[in-house]
Design a protein around this ligand. Structure first.
Ligand SMILES: Cc1cc2nc3c(=O)[nH]c(=O)nc-3n(C[C@H](O)[C@H](O)[C@H](O)COP(=O)(O)O)c2cc1C
Length: 185
C-alpha cells in the first residue's frame, strides 16, 4: 500500500487549506489509502524559524516525509506565493529529500489572479528537492467553496471534480510507480 502525506501550510486556524486537507484525507481513506495529515502550524514555531535541525518534532515530521510515496502540499496563497511557514518547513527537508516522491500541489487564494503561482513558486520548490514528478495542481478560489469545522461545501461542481480528478491521477501514478519498481526488481 502507498503511503501518502498531506501537508497543510496555513499559519491560521481555522483554515481553508486544513479543510481541504481533511476533505482529501476522508476521500483517500474511503479509497483504502493510508494517509497522514501534517499541519505545519502544529510544529514548534521557534524550531521552524531558527531552522533547528535537531528538533525532535521536526525530525518526526521529516521521518514521515521520508517514508511517503506521495505528498499533497496544500497552501494558501500569500503575496502571490506559498506561505512563509510552509517554506520554513521545506527549508528543513534535506537536499534531494523528495527523491522518488510524487507531489500534488494545491493552493487556495482570494483571487484567481495568482493561479500561475503553482507554476512559478510551488513547482520550483519541489524540483530543487529532486522530486520524481509534480502533478498538475489544483487552484481553488475562496468564493468556490465554504467550510465549517473542516466540512467543505462546493459552490461550483467543476472545482470539486477537478480535486477528485487530481486524486485519481495521483493514485494512478502511484500504481504505475509501484509497477515500475516491481519490474526493476
Ligand atoms: C497575509 C495574506 C496574504 C494573502 N495574499 C494573497 C495573494 O497574494 N493572492 C491571493 O489570491 N490571496 C491572498 N490571500 C488570501 C488567501 O490566500 C486565501 O484566503 C486562502 O484561501 C486562505 O487559506 P487559509 O484559510 O488556509 O489560510 C492572502 C491572505 C493573507 C492572510
Amino acid at each position: 500500500m502507498s503511503n501518502i502525506v498531506i501537508i497543510s501550510g496555513s499559519p491560521t486556524q481555522p483554515s481553508r487549506s486544513f479543510a481541504i486537507a481533511t476533505y482529501l484525507e476522508k476521500l483517500l481513506t474511503s479509497k483504502g489509502q493510508q494517509i497522514e495529515v501534517m499541519n505545519v502550524r502544529d510544529l514548534p514555531p521557534e524550531d521552524l524559524v531558527y531552522a533547528n535541525f535537531k528538533s525532535k518534532a521536526i525530525n518526526q515530521a521529516l521521518d514521515k516525509i521520508e517514508k511517503a510515496h506521495a505528498i499533497i502540499v496544500i497552501s494558501p496563497i500569500y503575496k502571490a506565493s506559498y506561505t512563509g511557514v510552509l517554506k520554513t518547513f521545506f527549508d528543513l527537508i534535506p537536499e534531494k529529500g523528495l527523491s522518488e516522491k510524487i507531489i500534488l500541489p494545491i493552493a487556495s487564494g482570494g483571487t484567481v489572479a495568482h493561479l500561475l503561482s503553482l507554476e512559478y513558486a510551488f513547482k520550483p520548490l519541489f524540483s530543487i528537492l529532486n522530486c520524481q514528478e509534480i502533478l498538475t495542481g489544483v487552484y481553488l478560489v475562496d468564493s468556490q467553496f465554504t467550510y465549517k469545522e473542516n466540512e467543505m461545501t462546493f459552490h461550483e461542481t467543476e472545482i470539486q471534480h477537478r480535486l477528485h480528478a487530481s486524486i485519481e491521477c495521483l493514485l494512478t501514478k502511484l500504481i504505475d510507480h509501484e509497477t515500475a519498481q516491481f519490474i526493476q526488481g
